[in-house]
Design a binder for this molecule. Structure first.
Ligand SMILES: Cc1cc2nc3c(=O)[nH]c(=O)nc-3n(C[C@H](O)[C@H](O)[C@H](O)COP(=O)(O)OP(=O)(O)OC[C@H]3O[C@@H](n4cnc5c(N)ncnc54)[C@H](O)[C@@H]3O)c2cc1C
Length: 435
């Protein structure tokens, strides 16, 4: 079977629970940008694991009771079933190819055959297809450089998970995140860039004139590399956070706020994202408690003004969440006063964590200079500590991380990679002339 079956609550028992094959079931909803991006990944996996795993999808909007029965509260969530029972760890929210692939490998009992690898040589290899990577691709492909963009997830980066973007110039006010990056992707493809998304990266070597990247399906060799791997929400790393991710712990209010109609939710953090998303959550939740470990917010004055005039929001300064509790779903947290160290339990229905971002730079540790927070260090030409390797967007050390600055970085990195390649070529020509 090569496709993802659309299943309803009425035929869930027959198709999923009674299936002779183990099953992966994607719970999605309409108007959910993450779901729109995860669906193609799920479909791709259905092809890879055809005959070994059954792939089904359930629209949560039309199957609320079933979603409730399995405590599915996040968009999107993948549950795994075998012999009528849920098994394996469910995946939720920002689902990445390697974690899905790993779970599926386990389910298929290691019988999956890896496809033969391709060999791809290019002028510019761009890692990451968010706004920085796609802009760099537009510049290098338009300069007639053979450009390949590799992403280990779906195209679009964080913007693809953003419902509305209101501050990107030239879009007449508001644009859907998925449309904005969709336009960038089309532009890059039209100029001739190749985009290989949903790849599993197994290694990267940035030393020497030819840099190489290997994935489970291909070997890439490039004369220059632009790293645009962005960032992901930082975790609190406290008891209960991992257990309840997708079961009441969230990192994206735009994606999951609608699940908390008339509920009491908590927001953790004190920056712009925390304050703005707390206000956004009051569209659904009847009460939002914002917990911040300092005695003032870092958010802009405008964002704070919106928050403080909102009667549905309660603010707890000098407090930290030190544990998240629940049964099948989050039902309370332990708070600690940072000054007195006194603790208290607070019942809540869900918690949204906004404590900053984590650069996606682990792959480059030991190969590139990183700052103490893991951001790639660049100069004003976006050169990294390795010749021929550039970094752009949220993954590099800088002050402002926005779509506009990612796009600006992409343009600079694209131009500089082109200039680097021209210089190499002219040096080689001169060298040849001398001989
Ligand atoms: C919910 C939300 C709302 C936001 N709203 C706004 C807004 O309204 N306006 C605004 O200006 N900014 C907004 N931002 C911030 C903005 O989205 C980011 O600043 C911007 O997307 C950064 O672009 P980027 O290309 O550097 O990285 P990203 O968008 O993070 O893209 C990085 C890409 O690299 C891929 N990747 C990661 N690791 C690897 C790897 N090892 N190999 C290959 N690929 C990899 C990822 O899958 C991803 O596709 C928002 C962010 C979020 C999360």
């Amino acid at each position: 079977m090569h496709k993802v079956l659309e299943v309803s609550a009425a035929d869930f028992q027959r198709i999923v629970l009674e299936s002779p094959l183990p099953a992966g079931v994607l719970f999605y909803s309409n108007d959910c940008p993450i779901c729109a991006s995860v669906l193609p990944l799920f479909e791709r996996m259905a092809q890879i694991y055809a005959g070994k795993i059954l792939f089904a999808r359930i629209n949560r909007d039309f199957n609320r009771e079933l979603s409730k029965q399995y405590y599915v509260k996040a968009s999107s969530t993948i549950l795994f079933f075998s012999q009528g029972k849920e098994f394996c760890r469910r995946l939720s929210g920002y689902i990445r190819t390697p974690e899905l692939r790993c779970t599926l490998e386990f389910m298929a009992a290691g019988k999956c055959e890896c496809p033969k690898r391709d060999k791809i040589e290019c002028d510019v290899l761009i890692l990451g297809s968010g706004p920085a990577g796609l802009t760099a691709a537009i510049y290098t492909a338009r300069a007639k450089l053979y450009t390949v963009v590799v992403d280990d997830s779906f195209v679009g980066g964080q913007v693809a998970t953003t419902w509305h973007v209101a501050n990107y110039p030239g879009t007449n006010g508001v644009i859907r995140g998925i449309d904005l990056v969709g336009n960038m992707k089309r532009q890059a493809l039209d100029f001739g860039a190749q985009i290989d998304d949903m790849q599993e990266i197994t290694g990267i070597w940035l030393d020497g004139p030819l840099k190489t990247l290997s994935t489970t399906t291909a070997e890439y060799a490039a004369r220059s590399v632009i790293i645009a791997t962005g960032a992901h929400p930082r975790k609190l790393n406290i008891e209960g956070e991992e257990t309840f991710t997708g079961r009441g712990v969230h990192y994206c209010a735009t994606c999951d706020a609608a699940l908390y109609q008339d509920a009491h939710v908590m927001v953790v953090g004190g920056g712009d994202s925390a304050v703005e998303e707390a206000v956004f959550l009051t569209r659904y939740a009847k009460k939002v408690t914002v917990v911040h470990r300092r005695d003032t917010f870092r958010a802009s004055r405008a964002a704070q003004a919106d928050l403080f005039k909102n009667a549905s929001i309660e603010v707890l300064f000098n407090r930290e969440v030190i544990a998240i509790h629940g049964d099948n779903f989050v039902n309370s947290v332990t708070l600690q006063d940072v000054l007195t160290k006194q603790t208290q339990q607070m019942p809540i229905d869900g918690i949204f964590i906004y404590i900053g971002m984590q650069p996606m730079s682990k792959l480059f540790e030991g190969q590139l200079a990183l700052d103490e927070n893991g951001y790639i260090v660049t100069d004003d030409k976006l050169r990294t500590s390795r010749e021929g390797v550039f970094a752009a967007g949220d993954v590099r050390f800088k002050e402002v991380r926005q779509i506009t600055t990612a796009v600006g970085d992409g343009a600079v990195a694209g131009k500089m990679a082109g200039r680097y390649l021209s210089e190499i070529e002219s040096m080689q020509l001169k060298g040849e002339g001398k001989e």
